[in-house]
Design a protein around this ligand. Structure first.
Ligand code: GCO
Ligand code: MN
Ligand code: MN
Length: 418
């Protein structure tokens, strides 16, 4: 029986077993990737509707210091993760932002993205695009302020997750009007961005919309990345060229979609600008599990798609360390293991794309049987029917790569000899 251990011993055990797991990358290697760590992920205390917090508060400077040690090169934040609501747009905001700039600089990190919290404070109870003009005016002011913070911190991206843009009670709001009002907020942010960038002679930011199909509202007005693509092209936005997408892996899975197909639709539209990386289950709530713990095979496939299409935007680790993980564990186990699984999957995706078996099979499929085009369906089917077996062979090969079986490892029955 294992002896009971004090929390100090438990930490030593976690450290020892984490080292025993091996396979970790150096901070230098981790920094080569455009990986960003959200302030809110690292500082999440484990609370939820049915859950009391299990972890202590962690300050932004502590998060930044820990990220630097792990080798996370980029930091992302909501405005209110670091600036209390009542301090926004006051002298206190300027002091806090200056302190963060200093912490980022002295730890060698960059801020890649800022996002405006428009879902937590009671003022957003009826969404940032509510009927009351004063709520919407405040919403637009907050978005403009976030744009200025983004420029101040040197970010390239702004993300909008309109979490409360929807309803619990049917027939209460006018959806078309809500969409128009929401577009006014995005327009205000883009105009502010253009003005700030012109004055400072810098680039404008990339404004990225993030969809989630349900939660916190029952019904959401822009529930998927596809709905958002349609919104960008709806004519309601004054600067559609400044607005793209931040799909989140789990959010596409939550509605039952295939994340890889959703990403492909964003890619062909030229709107895949930012990507929230995590994992979870279909048709369940937003569990925000760390990448690769649930669907490693699908993640391998997603990364093959992104690698083969030259995606070069950020990978934002928008997940929530489980509430069974301690404050110590967040930085010792949760972040480093998530990043290392991601890098391994990224490398495997490269291997799969170069794999001679997959390459030959794919090329053979594309060449087809080589018979003359005709209107004879049966004849075309007969000519191609053997080659189509390669679909299953490719799927097998991908699992072999995922499990390392392509390197010669075989699974033997007990007692059987190699
Ligand atoms: C979620 C959302 C958020 C957003 C964040 C940025 O999973 O609840 O994705 O984490 O990404 O609010 O706007
Ligand atoms: Mn999520
Ligand atoms: Mn997200």
């Amino acid at each position: 029986m294992t002896k009971s251990a004090t929390p100090q011993d438990q930490r030593a055990l976690v450290d020892r077993l984490m080292t025993a797991c091996g396979g970790s990358y150096s901070p230098e290697t981790r920094r080569k990737y455009f990986i960003s760590g959200p302030q809110w992920a690292a500082a999440y205390q484990g609370q939820a509707l049915f859950h009391a917090p299990t972890r202590q508060v962690v300050s932004a400077t502590e998060v930044i210091r820990q990220f630097a040690e792990i080798g996370i090169g980029y930091w992302t934040t909501h405005d209110t993760d670091v600036i209390p609501t009542e301090a926004l747009m006051t002298g206190r905001q300027a002091e806090i932002v200056a302190g963060i700039k200093e912490a980022l600089k002295s730890n060698g990190l960059q801020c890649s993205m800022v996002t405006c919290e428009t879902f937590y404070h009671p003022v957003w109870a009826a969404s940032p695009a509510a009927e009351s003009p004063e709520i919407r005016a405040y919403g637009a002011t907050r978005l403009r302020n976030t744009v200025r913070i983004g420029h101040e911190l040197g970010a390239q991206f702004l993300v909008y997750w309109p979490g409360t843009l929807g309803y619990l009670l049917q027939g209460v709001i006018d959806e078309t009007q809500t969409l128009k009002w929401y577009a006014e907020g995005i327009n205000a942010a883009c105009e502010e961005d253009l003005a700030v960038a012109a004055q400072a002679k810098t680039q404008t930011l990339r404004h990225c919309l993030e969809a989630k199909p349900f939660e916190p509202q029952a019904e959401i007005i822009l529930p998927t990345s596809d709905a958002m693509l349609n919104f960008i092209n709806s004519g309601l936005l004054k600067h559609p060229d400044m607005v793209g997408l931040n799909p989140e892996y789990l959010h596409e899975l939550m509605w039952g979609g295939a994340p890889r197909a959703a990403l492909a639709r964003a890619l062909v539209a030229g709107k895949l600008w930012h990507f929230d990386v995590n994992d979870g289950y279909r048709l369940k709530h937003d569990v925000d599990i760390a990448v690769g713990l649930v669907n490693p095979l699908d993640w391998l496939n997603v990364l093959m798609l992104l690698r083969s299409h030259g995606y070069n935007g950020p990978f934002n680790f928008d997940y929530k360390p489980p509430r069974t993980t301690s404050n110590y564990g967040v930085f010792r186990v949760s972040f480093p293991s998530a990043i290392d699984r991601f890098i391994t999957l990224w490398e495997m995706a490269g291997e799969a794309l170069e794999d001679p078996i997959i390459k030959e099979a794919t090329e053979a499929l594309k060449a087809g049987a080589g018979v003359a085009a005709s209107n004879d369906a049966q004849q075309i089917f007969e000519a191609n029917k053997e080659i189509l077996t390669l679909h299953e062979l490719i799927a097998h090969r991908l699992v072999q790569i995922l499990l390392g079986l392509h390197r010669g490892r075989k699974i033997f029955a007990r007692g059987e000899k190699a």
